[in-house]
Design a protein around this ligand. Structure first.
Ligand SMILES: Cc1cc2nc3c(=O)[nH]c(=O)nc-3n(C[C@H](O)[C@H](O)[C@H](O)COP(=O)(O)O)c2cc1C
Length: 189
């Protein structure tokens, strides 16, 4: 019978198969992850739009273990006290191993001018050393200065890009703002 492949070909195939199987899992699944907290859905919509632009990046929604009060006024007063005292609110979300990701997108509403408490809790536990961090935040009207200072305090060893602040009223069509910001901040997969 005619031999289809030489011994050398077979050795090459074996080497190729080994190289393919050695591709680290994170590379195979992409180098970016999108982590977000939302209370009323705004940041979830932005996270999904971002995923459409970034491509191969999983979404991870942070959720608090003990839910906040449903009543808006009661909730905002509790949140105010937590923000001001730098309190934690534990998460029920299981955080995957982040070591394989180069780019970490973090999305959160502003609460009392700063990060929402669940996002702050996540950042307290994950300083994201050596990673490129792309922060997006939403607010009704406040500027990003409070979260810029939170980031400097919480992520001193990360390469934190400029915050993209989107006002809630503009959040239903975030693609153009996201695209411009990704390009200004030098995002590449
Ligand atoms: C507890 C709390 C505090 C807030 N504090 C501020 C604030 O200081 N400045 C502001 O402009 N908006 C503030 N907001 C409005 C939210 O930042 C804004 O509605 C955001 O887009 C909601 O995002 P989400 O739908 O993803 O939760 C606050 C909202 C809540 C619930």
């Amino acid at each position: 019978m005619e031999r289809l492949y030489s011994r050398r070909d077979l050795a090459r195939f074996a080497a190729l198969a080994l190289a393919v199987s050695a591709v680290p899992a994170a590379q195979a699944r992409g180098r970016s992850i999108i982590i977000y907290y939302t209370r009323t859905g705004t940041n979830e919509g932005i996270a999904r739009a971002l995923q459409g632009l970034v491509g191969n990046a999983p979404l991870l929604r942070l959720e608090e273990r003990d839910r906040y009060a449903r009543d808006y006024d009661a909730m905002t007063e509790i949140a105010r006290a937590e923000v001001e005292a730098w309190k934690r609110r534990e998460l029920k979300t299981a955080i995957p191993d982040l070591s394989g990701y180069r780019n970490v997108f973090i999305l959160s509403p502003l609460w009392w001018g700063h990060y929402s408490v669940p996002m702050r809790t996540f950042l307290m536990d994950h300083p994201l050393e050596g990673k490129r961090v792309f922060p997006v935040a939403t607010s009704a009207s406040s500027p990003a200065s409070g979260i810029t200072s939170d980031l400097a305090k919480l992520l001193p060893k990360a390469d934190v890009k400029k915050v993209l602040l989107i006002h809630t009223a503009d959040a239903s069509n975030p693609e153009a703002a996201l695209k411009g910001w990704l390009s200004r901040e030098g995002f590449n997969k």
